[in-house]
Design a protein around this ligand. Structure first.
Ligand code: ADP
Ligand code: MG
Length: 380
């Protein structure tokens, strides 16, 4: 099943729809920024690379793609500026020529940038707005910047500053220009975390909306079934229905489906393919949920109470609000809980990688699928 690895399902209509809304056309207006959230490993980055970037290029835009998870040890702000500078490097020859021909003010910006292509940082005194503005100028085209796993920027102050810088660049470049000159796409694996960019007045993209990025669905599994079957004996074929069912069981994650299919296509006999697919998917789901179950069960009461409250309240969670303090106390069946013990529990939950904290002191689940598991547990 080596070739199965190269299967990519494309969603060109979705991509061109996003380009339209970035331009303010169509039903959704994303001129202030497009915010897309979907769980991990469901195909966001693949879509951005394989479908959205090509669609943007098709619009004639200069494109920049930054993945803030590509290197978690690097400051998100640095990853952003270095991606912008790298794109300018593509135009290095033009920059040199223009900086000679242009007016004084532009000579400063372009000249400073052109002297400085080696470093990943912006030259002192130059802002992200300057750099993006110069890029619009050089490319003679609007710039589209995609920041993948953008919520990661919120974990450092310089990252937050970079987000404000991006917003400032957007306002500056789009102001007084008949055409929109900067398009911003921010994605994240956790809707609540991404929401931290848009919810409050103090947050960089206050007023924008986070949209759910659609999961791959039936058309994906149908195409995948049709891709896999010809590689198998005619008597040994997957059914489209079984494939779709297994895919939903593993949380719409292509990799997991691929690994089940790869394993059983070789081993199972024809009449059992459907059953094996179902079992394989169920097994994976139980394994993932089992890990969550035991992790959850192993927590001290106070940590479990805090985690349950975060899950319950989602993006509205505020650690020491009256509502939260009452919720902890209720769960623990105690009269009152001290804020110090809540803080201590939050710190440990962070260390365990269960809870995530923005530089603002807001908290959210590190892995959203924990909430899915918890809610289904509650229904059982
Ligand atoms: N459209 C697609 N067609 C085929 N495989 C896909 C598709 N989208 C994602 N995958 C596979 O699923 C896995 C996770 O995809 P990725 O784009 O990295 O997810 P995310 O960015 O949401 O974490 C990768 O192994 C990728 O090859
Ligand atoms: Mg990704």
């Amino acid at each position: 099943m080596r070739t199965a690895k190269t299967f990519t399902f494309h969603r060109p209509a979705l991509a061109s729809g996003y380009c339209d809304s970035l331009e303010g056309q169509g039903l959704v207006d994303s001129r202030s920024g497009l915010f897309l959230a979907a769980p991990r490993r469901t195909g966001k980055s693949t879509f951005l690379r394989e479908d959205l970037l090509p669609a943007m290029l098709g619009c004639g835009w200069t494109t920049i793609y930054v993945d803030l998870w590509a290197d978690k040890s690097k400051d998100p702000a640095l990853l952003i500026t270095s991606a912008v500078k790298k794109k300018m490097g593509d135009y290095a020859g033009i920059v040199a020529k223009m900086s000679r021909a242009a007016g004084l003010e532009k000579v400063n910006v372009l000249g400073a940038l052109s002297l400085n292509f080696e470093s990943t940082e912006l030259p002192p005194g130059l802002t992200l707005t300057d750099a993006l503005g110069a890029l619009v100028e050089i490319g003679k085209a609007p710039v589209a910047i995609i920041i993948d796993e953008a919520q990661h920027a919120l974990s450092t102050q310089t990252g937050i500053d970079a987000m404000f810088g991006l917003k400032a660049a957007r306002d500056y470049l789009n102001l007084g220009s008949a055409q929109q000159m900067l398009f911003i796409v921010l994605t994240g694996s956790n809707r609540d975390k991404l929401a931290h960019l848009v919810l409050k007045r103090t947050q960089p993209f206050f007023g924008s909306q986070v949209t759910r990025f659609p999961l791959l669905g039936r058309d994906f599994t149908d195409a995948y079934t049709d891709f896999v079957n010809p590689q198998l004996a005619p008597s040994n074929q997957f059914s489209r229905d079984d494939m779709y069912e297994a895919f939903t069981t593993v949380g719409h994650r292509p990799e997991l489906l691929r690994s089940i299919v790869g394993e059983i296509a070789i081993n199972a006999g024809a009449e059992y393919l459907g059953i094996e697919l179902k079992n394989g998917a169920q097994e994976i789901k139980e394994r993932i949920w089992g890990v969550m179950e035991s992790e959850f069960a192993g927590l001290p009461d106070i940590q479990r109470a805090v985690l349950e409250t975060i899950i319950d309240q989602g993006k509205d969670y505020v650690p020491f609000s009256e509502t939260s303090m009452r919720a902890y106390a209720n769960l623990l069946q105690q009269e009152k809980i001290s804020t110090a013990s809540v803080q201590a529990a939050l710190d440990v939950l962070r260390e365990k990688g269960l809870v995530w904290r923005a530089a603002y002191g807001d908290y959210a689940l590190e892995d959203e699928s924990l909430a899915g598991w918890y809610k289904s547990k509650a229904q059982r």
